[in-house]
Design a protein around this ligand. Structure first.
Ligand SMILES: [Zn+2]
Length: 488
């Protein structure tokens, strides 16, 4: 008879808090870490030898579009292979629920491939995720654009009326009551661009009541980014919600170097309200193909196209040559499509990523034919390239930005720290070798150096392949809050 299910022995613990690494054994029973002790102090029939490995909390990918990937692809290899154990879904204004229309809007097709995966209520959607038995945990934001499309149909190129805003607010209120953790907006996108600040702030009011948070793909990440930051902070203040700015960047050559303006502006606002931001470790972004983005980008790669599938993975300039037209005309002809845009400065990416307010989010788009490499590479790239090779921050700080810090900002009680009583979300990796292998040319490729990954005590990745664990949960707002009150 043994008190534990398994013990991870002889590892070097980095517990997520930023504290210095130390030698420790970690014992797991059921879905929890039951003890953390001196090396050799914890014994069990089932032991994992972690000699030479870092034992860290499972990583939290705070910026994903994995809402329905958890259902269609429940093994979640693209994330488990990176050491990720929790994904925050529903970002950039787009969520799979509550969506009350029969047709999938073009914008939602970014994250929904099957109509049966959308749901008119958050409770209905969460039940679908649970029925799929995903390997990883999911926490879910409600997208403002999804609310808009529910309330306004296809008539989106105008501000919502008072009645429509009230309907959106009620849908959000119900969703938060059913366990969604907050609201996201994506005012950058055509489906939401006509929304006024008032529309979003008045829709977001239930956040304050429930203790939900607000994430924003801001209206502008280029010339007008400072005004967009003010708008985002105002919405958070009016809703009484913590703000998380998504994938912070200053995009376009004319805006290279402008982290010198945005980071001090963040610091100033952080004195007055809770604000943080996430960053992905690449100089290229990825979203739908839009003509106006072509001029801003140094180079544009097509990630998928419904009308011309053979364009996937190719430079839009090559596609245009083949079609005998300009890149702008090519963008029209292969629409609907997705793209990768090279539009950021490496120094800006590093400045943002190493800022004390920054956490890591992949922003990977799970169903793209030729995805951005961030889908498979983000976390190992931060650990291997930015931390080990460039020395941008100590390993303890890199891990903190992926674990305890996002858990605190997203209120994910019991996650993100290795300590007795916490959930057994663990990542064992080799600090000397961990690195991403996914590239812009060959984007679907698991990282190396990730030894094994556990989610709620179940092995989800081991020896370079899926380990079969399917103990992932829907992390519901009220359950997280109840655990927090209980001291979890
Ligand atoms: Zn976004």
């Amino acid at each position: 008879m043994t008190a534990y299910d398994f013990v991870v022995r002889n590892g070097t613990l980095i517990d997520g808090t930023g504290a210095p690494r130390r030698a420790a054994d970690v014992a797991v029973k059921g879905d929890r870490i039951s003890a953390v002790g001196a090396p050799g102090s914890l014994r069990c029939d089932s032991e994992i030898d972690a000699t030479g490995l870092i034992v860290a909390p499972g990583f939290i990918d705070v910026h994903t579009h994995d809402d329905t990937a958890l259902i269609d692809n429940p093994g979640m290899a693209m994330k488990a292979s990176q050491g990720v154990t929790t994904v925050v879904c529903g970002n950039c204004g787009a969520s799979a629920s509550p969506y009350t229309r029969a047709e999938i809007n073009h914008f939602l097709s970014l994250l929904v491939k099957k109509p049966e995966n959308i749901a008119p209520s958050f409770a209905g959607f969460a039940a679908k995720v649970e029925a799929a038995g995903p390997a990883l945990n999911g926490a879910f934001l409600v997208g403002h654009s999804t609310l808009r499309m529910s309330a306004m149909g296809e008539d989106l190129m105008r501000p919502a009326t008072t009645a429509e805003t009230a309907e959106m607010r009620e849908l959000l209120d119900a969703s938060l009551g059913e366990g969604a953790i907050g609201m996201s907006s994506g005012l950058f996108y055509p489906v939401a661009r006509a929304a006024t600040t008032d529309e979003v702030a008045e829709t977001a009011l239930p956040l304050g009541k429930w203790g939900g948070l607000y994430t924003a793909h801001m209206r502008d990440e280029a010339d007008d980014i400072l005004a967009a930051m003010d708008e985002t902070f105002e919405i958070g203040r009016r809703a009484g919600a913590p703000v998380i700015v998504s994938h912070h960047k200053t995009s376009g050559r004319g805006n290279f170097g402008r982290m010198r303006e945005t980071l001090p502006k963040f610091e100033d606002a952080m004195k007055r309200q809770e604000i943080s931001f996430d960053v992905y470790p690449y100089v290229a972004g990825s979203t739908i193909l839009r003509k106006e983005m072509l001029d801003r980008a140094e180079r544009t790669l097509v990630t998928w196209s419904d009308t011309m599938p053979s364009a996937s993975g190719r430079d839009i300039a090559d596609v245009a040559r083949e079609l005998g037209c300009t890149p702008h005309e090519a963008a029209d002809r292969i629409h609907p499509a997705g793209a990768i845009y090279f539009m950021m400065d490496e120094a800006d990416v590093q400045a943002a990523m190493s800022h004390p307010g920054a956490m890591i989010g992949s922003d990977g788009i799970p169903f793209d034919t030729h995805p951005h490499p961030r889908l498979w590479g983000t976390f190992p790239r931060v650990l291997g390239h930015y931390c080990r090779e460039l020395g941008l921050f100590p390993l303890e700080d890199a891990v903190r930005r992926m674990t305890a810090y996002p858990a605190a900002r997203f209120r994910l009680t019991g996650r993100g720290t290795v300590r007795a009583g916490a959930y057994a979300d663990l990542c064992l990796f080799d600090a000397a070798t961990v690195i991403d292998t996914a590239t812009f040319e060959k984007p679907i490729s698991p990282a190396v150096g990730i030894h094994s990954v556990f989610c709620n005590g179940a092995a989800v990745w081991r020896d370079g392949k899926s380990a079969g664990g399917r103990a992932g949960r829907v992390l519901r707002l009220q359950e997280l809050q109840a655990e927090s009150r209980a001291g979890g």
